[in-house]
Design a protein around this ligand. Structure first.
Ligand SMILES: Cc1cc2nc3c(=O)[nH]c(=O)nc-3n(C[C@H](O)[C@H](O)[C@H](O)COP(=O)(O)O)c2cc1C
Length: 296
């Protein structure tokens, strides 16, 4: 039995009118739920008898997205209970195996654009936060790698406060992964190796940019680019010292899987604090991790 309150009702004369007519509207859709689930923005039309209306039949449209059973609207493709993720379905009780699987699934999905785009949060030494998107350029059990200008705002903040958080948002899978940890610079050799593999224009772009600083005009940028192209031919661009990579070494990785019944899944892996007692709700994982399910 699903209870529909008047706020779920669309009526040609507005909510107020219909609110007067009904306090709550109940509908047994249990039988229909399976068929309706996954339907693209299905709408159910109901004719309600209303003595104040002329004609006295009021059409009411109920959107399945409001019922939590449609597949569109604000929530893109929430998943049902049958899908992967519940704790007992995790093959290994550590986060990298699950991250690898999720990342692979997202990469293989034709709907995906930039699977490796991630939101990077940093903060200044006095605690003011800032965020932006960057691209994940590799990961392993040591951590998550990305490249940028060391002299940028994020670079300066990471210098002052070498801790960061990254968030992946794979909306078409109703998934979010949050990662928090310490930051260190990748070795010069790794930065060189990656820089040398980048396309010529990206190399020139990195050299051209004094990232995060004000620039007088695009003309200045264009002139700078032309000069650099005269100076360095393809295959000869040196990595600027102010550009390189970072490794985020995770202390916490949390997986969130949205569900159509809104009882979402959320599992947090973390390393136990020193002398942390075994908790009733905290479970031992593999490779030193512990994990716990969280209210979503
Ligand atoms: C999808 C996407 C991917 C991006 N990837 C990177 C990246 O890998 N490295 C980078 O320095 N900036 C990247 N940027 C630009 C950053 O979002 C940001 O504008 C820039 O790094 C300056 O940030 P800051 O001033 O906070 O340091 C990307 C932007 C978008 C929209």
């Amino acid at each position: 039995m699903v209870t529909l309150t008047p706020v779920l009702v669309r009526h040609s004369r507005g909510f107020q009118h219909i609110n007067k007519q009904i306090a709550a509207f109940q509908m047994d859709i249990a039988g229909e739920k399976k068929a309706i689930s996954g339907a693209p923005n299905l709408q159910i039309l109901i004719l309600l008898w209303c003595s104040e209306c002329k004609p006295p039949f009021v059409p009411i449209v109920l959107d399945t997205q409001f019922l939590g059973i449609g597949d569109q609207g604000l929530h893109h493709g929430f998943h049902g209970r049958q899908d992967l993720f519940l704790e007992e379905e995790m093959e290994k009780k550590e986060p990298f195996d699950l991250f690898r699987k999720w990342f692979q699934q997202v990469k293989e999905d034709p709907r995906t654009v930039e699977p490796n785009a991630m939101h990077l949060s940093t903060s200044s030494k006095d605690g003011a936060p800032s965020g932006r998107l960057v691209l994940l350029k590799g990961f392993g059990e040591d951590g998550f790698r990305f490249f940028t200008h060391y002299t940028s705002r994020k670079g300066q903040e990471l210098e002052e406060n070498p801790r960061a958080a990254i968030t992946f948002n794979w909306i078409h899978f109703s998934r979010q992964v949050r990662i928090e940890g310490d930051i260190e610079k990748l070795p010069v050799e790794t930065a060189n190796e990656y820089f040398n593999k980048r396309p010529y224009q990206s190399q020139i772009g990195a050299l051209c940019s004094d990232q995060s600083k004000p620039v007088e005009s695009r003309d200045i940028l264009f002139q700078k680019e032309q000069l650099l192209k005269l100076q360095y031919k393809e295959g000869q661009v040196p990595r600027p010292e102010f550009w390189g990579g970072y490794l985020l070494k995770p202390k916490m990785i949390e997986f969130w899987q949205g569900r159509s019944d809104r009882i979402h899944d959320r599992i947090r892996f973390r390393f136990p604090a020193a002398n942390e007692p075994d908790g009733v709700l905290t479970k031992p994982g593999d490779k030193g991790w512990i994990y716990e399910e969280l209210y979503a």
